[in-house]
Design a binder for this molecule. Structure first.
Ligand code: NAD
Length: 361
């Protein structure tokens, strides 16, 4: 297979972890006989320094052309006091909008070697393997009307939770298709006992479910889901929910895995004519200025994002499984970075990337 991948290392540890992710991608391609055409471009603080803006036109054009985009992280402390419109993070919103990605997928899984790093008891977290699908472009973060008006005791803040049938249906279908390739179970999360918006959500996903009779669907109210994620996280396979509920639940899910450096993510848009999903892949963590430039960032989140890209954008399931298995082998070997508290001397970012390639074979 041949594919074009745009690489956006970004700022801080984004550069370091992306280097290792690309090393693993190159290695997988060499082993399985694929050809990845890689182009690199600027995003975030480095783009502001070099071009005056966080999301240059050249980056936008390359992102539109690429089959998938692999991103590191953006953010530099020197921009921290500027208004949001002038900060590196504005580049993230720019690329997400340009690619039209409407669902954020966060795989959450436990690793035997990291069970003790989880805040939950080992028996609860051992065997967790779920994907949280968060709708990304609708809901209360974007709904109108919004704002603050009036004064004194009647001063009022307003936000509006709103979804159309089409918005609910497309993220529902994506979730059922993901589940089809997994344990065939979708849990839809809403607040339909109180919110009309959630009642429409439940009605539409029930209709979509008829197209997927091989996939089981159940529903949880968001407050109960927050509880079940810590009481019985193994019950979940694919969880789908609206934007704000997903924002909150995916961070709750994130702590199950032990370290923020472990977590990959995928933001997915429409399907291309080839059947592949438009995808933007990135670790969940930020640019970590406190450890940037020290070769000690954990690259697993970025490497896991490569596995997600191989799977969702290119349908290369065997290759994705090989990357995941290699990461697990390296974790078990103890050659890991300082955040995972290894017994001996911590490995560097580059050593972990090299170890994953060796484990792939
Ligand atoms: P952060 O995720 O960068 O760091 C939080 C803590 O986790 C730090 O102590 C850091 O050292 C540690 N950490 C993060 N990733 C790690 C890794 N791979 N290995 C080891 N330790 C790791 O969050 P923050 O400090 O709140 O934000 C720093 C900058 O990153 C800010 O400018 C913020 O806006 C930006 N940010 C960007 C993204 C993104 O690009 N998607 C996401 C979150 C934050």
């Amino acid at each position: 297979m041949e594919f074009n991948v745009l690489i956006l290392p970004g700022d801080g540890i984004g550069v370091e972890v992306t280097r290792e992710a690309v090393r693993v991608l190159d290695h997988i391609c060499a082993k399985y006989g694929h050809k990845a055409h890689l182009k690199e471009a600027l995003l975030g603080g480095i783009a502001i320094h070099k071009t005056g803006g966080p999301f240059p036109a050249e980056t936008e054009a390359l992102a539109r052309d690429a089959d998938a985009t692999l991103m590191g992280a953006v953010g530099l402390p020197e921009f921290d006091n500027l208004p949001p419109s002038q900060r590196p993070e504005k580049g993230l919103l720019g690329i997400r909008a340009c690619l039209g990605v409407f669902a954020n997928l966060r795989p959450v899984r436990s690793y035997a070697a990291l069970l003790d790093s989880s805040p939950l008891k080992n028996h609860l977290v051992d065997g967790v393997d779920m994907i949280i699908v968060r709708e990304l472009t609708g809901g209360i973060y974007y709904g109108q009307p919004r704002g603050i008006s009036g004064e004194g005791d009647t001063e009022r803040g307003v936000n509006t939770m709103t979804y159309t049938r089409a918005e609910i249906a497309r993220v529902s279908r994506m979730s059922f298709e993901l589940a089809r390739n997994r344990r065939k179970k979708v849990t839809s999360v809403d607040k339909s006992n109180v919110l009309e918006c959630s009642q429409l959500w439940r009605k539409v996903i029930l209709e979509v479910a008829k197209e997927y009779p091989d996939v089981e669907l159940d529903h949880l109210l968001v407050d109960n889901c927050a509880m079940q994620l810590v009481l019985n996280p193994k019950r979940f396979d694919v969880v789908v929910t609206e934007n704000m509920f997903g924002d909150i639940l995916s961070d709750e899910g994130a702590v199950l895995a032990g370290s923020i450096g472990m977590l990959p993510s995928a933001s997915i848009g429409a399907r291309r004519p080839s059947g592949a999903w438009v995808g933007l892949y990135e670790p969940v963590h930020g640019s970590a200025p406190d450890i940037a430039g020290q070769n000690k960032a954990n690259p697993f989140g970025a490497i896991g994002s490569v596995a997600a890209m191989l799977d969702y954008s290119f349908g290369l399931k065997e290759e994705a499984a090989a990357v995941n298995a290699a990461m697990e082998a390296v974790l078990n070997s103890g050659r890991v970075t300082a955040d995972l508290k290894p017994k001996g001397t911590p490995a560097t970012t580059a050593q972990v990337g090299q170890a994953v390639c060796e484990a792939i074979g």
